[in-house]
Ligand binder design. Sequence first.
Ligand code: ARG
Length: 395
Amino acid sequence: MRKTRRRAAARRSRYAQLRHEAEEFLRLHHREEPAPGGPAALAARIAAVNAEIDATGTYRHTAAELAHGARVAWRNSNRCIGRLYWRSLRVRDRRDVRDADTMAVEAVAHLREATNGGRIRPVITIFAPDAPGRPGPRIWNEQLLRYAGYADRYGGGVTGDPRNVGITAYAQRLGWPGGPGTPFDVLPLVVQGSDDKPRWFALPDDAVLEVPLRHPDDDWAAALGLRWHAVPAIANMCLEIGGVCYPAAPFNGWYMGTEIGARNLGDTDRYDLLPVVAERLGLDTSTDRTLWKDRALVELNRAVLHSFDRAGVTLADHHTEARRFLAHLDREREKGRRVGADWSWIVPPISGSATPVFHRTYDPTQSKPAFVHYREALARARGEEAGSVEESGLV
Ligand code: ARG
């Protein structure tokens, strides 16, 4: 008896919270995209959503609300330097899709639309939301495209991307036979339909554009067989709009060169290539003070920019993207909107002070709608067994 009452109270407070978040979002949407019908239309929409929440425990966004919510979630991504074009995000509304097979098909279609022969387009595909008693589907990969990381049986080494050791082993446990064993084997998608177990799906070759790396005036990058995929498509964050979580909503922009040349290929817990590149360049690595790491970083980044340009694949450089970010700040200020930003993510990982985004501070407040990490996705990416979907929390 007491338990029933407590549960009812918890539900009431959850509904109150949802009604509050829904109303905030509907007001924001109305402010930024005024609907015909003015304040009366807004009031009617809020009333209808409240009634829907009372009846079902959730509510359904209109297509316009969904599209605006997704774009504003990008605008609110405090870590993203590339937000100037937030309005251009193409929104694929696939809320009726909750089974793994169709999701895999749609993820491939997403990649094709985003890749666009190299002229990368920002795209988001939104699958079914979480609803009371009915969790939405999940994509367990961190991104739609990632390279496998095979942990060596002996010793602590990894072939491929050490970041993806967890998802690689997980896909193998699900029955993926593994790729050819190169450092750049494309991982299969691991998709979990709403009422299903996770399953793996190989990506067709023609949906995966990759760029072989070559240095403009040297042959070490080609000799090392370096490459990277053209589209960064984050797949394991929840898109949260007006209190509703869309747990499977893969989205992509285009790369900034340093993400690949400095972080993915250079970080010691990723491909860790600085010593390799330094050796190829004949640098003196006996002491940090020769700045061999710094010089290797610059040459690696030159190779990335040169190779994407040569392949005709969209890729920003950090100087241009930093200028665009300042233009974004100006534009938003003119609109009377606050921009949240995280300095440590906005400033590029090389040559920070040579870009204008370095020389100022930002307000780190996180606004909604937003893309949020949820705990079980992070755990799964690390290769830990995650708890049940019900007990997952947002982090
Ligand atoms: N840094 C991540 C990577 O290297 C991608 C994050 C999103 N980046 C982007 N340009 N939209 O794969």
